[in-house]
Ligand binder design. Sequence first.
Ligand SMILES: [Cu+2]
Length: 273
Amino acid sequence: MNTKMKQIFIILSIILIGLTPGCARQGETPAPTVAPTTTVPVTKPDVTTTPPPTPVAEPEEVKTSNFVDSVPSHKEVFATVPEEVIINFDNVLGDTSKVTVYHEMDGKTHIASIETRPPETRMTGGSLMRTKLDPQYGDGKYTVKYRACQAGGAGSTCMDGRYSFTVDSSTLNNNYADMTKKAYIEIKMAGNRFNPQNVIISRGTRVRWTNEEGTRHTVVSNPFKSQNYVLSLNSGLLSKYNNYEYTFTKTGEFPYHCSLHYSDGMVGRILVK
Ligand SMILES: [Cu+2]
């Protein structure tokens, strides 16, 4: 190799070293340049396909247009499992209507009740659906899903609704006055309140509500409008010092209210053991 050739070789080597990545420092073995052997497919966004929707939590409550009220009501807390769920509707429902109650505890959900019996007729018009609950399910969140179908057989339109309530037995110790083992107890009505508000009684106890003030009150079963969880629990209007008595012969938890002061929170509960 003559001098001219050597010079060209050195110049070319310098240029090559400068161009090769990772070989900036002299004396290092240049890292082999790996040519990509596989072609990574480039996914073109498909403008005709909408992206999958972000999962959205199901709404807690969906009211159908014919829904009136229910026991339990949405977000209501019971200390014990209610004996049954009653939902009132202001139209006549068809036989394809149904109610399903789901019970959720420790992240597990199972069906607590399915009711496909034909809806019943309400005294005040329209229909009601009811389904019994087994007390074994105990504490947890209960979601009621109902399908309210028009009367008229196959082809009639249906509407789906839902709401949820909670059973929390720990509320029993704090919020209920223990008045068990008594033949008779007294609840006073004053200041738009029932006092005591929530009581536990034994089966067969007679409860007497007395109105202690000039404002008139009533004692009626929930729900607020339909009053049909316990149809016979209904005092009518009570003036000052009037009273009303009711003997509870069945176990269960019975929410009631004053129909004139419900929105003021004049509500109470009788839990019969
Ligand atoms: Cu009242």
